[in-house]
Structures are given as structure tokens and as C-alpha cells.
Design a protein around this ligand. Sequence first.
Ligand SMILES: [Zn+2]
Length: 210
Amino acid sequence: MQLERYAGKTVLALGAHPDDVELGIGGTLARLRRAGARVVLAVVSVPGDYAVRRREAERAADILGAELRVLIDAAGKRIEDFRHCDLVALVDREVKDLAPAALLSHGRAEFHHDHVMVHEAALAAQRLRYFDFFTYQPNFCRPVPVAFQARAFVDISETIETKMRAIEAHASQFSQRGIATDIFRDMSRLAGRLVGVQYAEGLDVGRLLL
Ligand SMILES: [Zn+2]
């Protein structure tokens, strides 16, 4: 399967917070953009310093060639303040508006509860229309063990530097806290080794029309 299947179509990348999508699928999104897809990066909520983190998210989206959308566009609102049905409505709104050919979201193995809540809202959106559905590697600032099985891989050898720049755009989460980002390069390297390319990102497949 080639990413060109999404050329001229919209791909929706959904993440709970700024930086989640960049960590999980930054290289994939940059490749999708290069392949001619319209890439929408939807962040559900912006915790912490809203102005700073929103600016970082905008810069990261720019680097990836994606359009940023913030679904809960208000400071101080957390995902766990919302009921499941309200989160479903937020994701539904984007799916109805964008009619994506693919949706990439958090998976079930996430250890942050609010990430799991976003995964469940994305699952529910599948009832609205057909789109290819993928979930990405659970992410973290500091590594922890997770039960994630990648079943599809995207070769990001040509976009690894773009991914790293998009991650580093979130300075308040990494450089300003003294947290190194090189582990994300290492993880892409390891995923690449599994499939015989230099760098890759792993995806789990929710549903896929061939
Ligand atoms: Zn998060």
C-alpha cells in the first residue's frame, strides 16, 4: 500500500494534547503531505500555559505541513472534564466536516487515561462513514513499558528530520525541562530495523480497505 492512496484526500490526525501526534506519527504526516494529502492535525485540548503550547503546536503543524485545529479551544479545560458523549460529538464534528480518507489516533494501550478517552471517541466516529483507521504508538516524555503491537509501518527515512524538528518545536515540554528528544529518533530507528528501512513509524490497524 502506498501513501499516494491519500493524494488529494484529507487525513485527520487526532491527538489528546499538543505534541502527542508529532511523537507518534510526525514522520508519517510529513510523508502524507509530500504525497499530496491534506493533513489536519487535531489537538483535543491544550493543558498548561495555553498561549505558549498553542503557539508551539502551530509551529509544529507548520513544520509538518499540517493544518492545526484545537477542538476544546479554551484555556484550563481538560479532557477528563468532558463526558464520553461530548468527546464523541467533538470528534464527530471533525469527521463530518473533513470527510477524512484516514483517521490516525491514540490506541487502546495508552497509559494516560485522557489518551484512552480520545481513542474511544475516535473508535465511535467509525460509525459515521468509512475511513481507514490507524492507531499509533503510545507516547511519553519518559519511557515506560506499553503493550503496543505495530502491524503496519511507514518508512519515514526521508522525513525523520522533519519529525524531530516538529517535536523540538514543543520546547516547553522538552528542552526547557531538560528532557532529551533523541529517544524518539531511536524508536524510529528500531521500528525501521524491523522492516528493513532506516527509520519507520509503527501503526496498529483498526480497519483498512484494500
Ligand atoms: Zn497527551
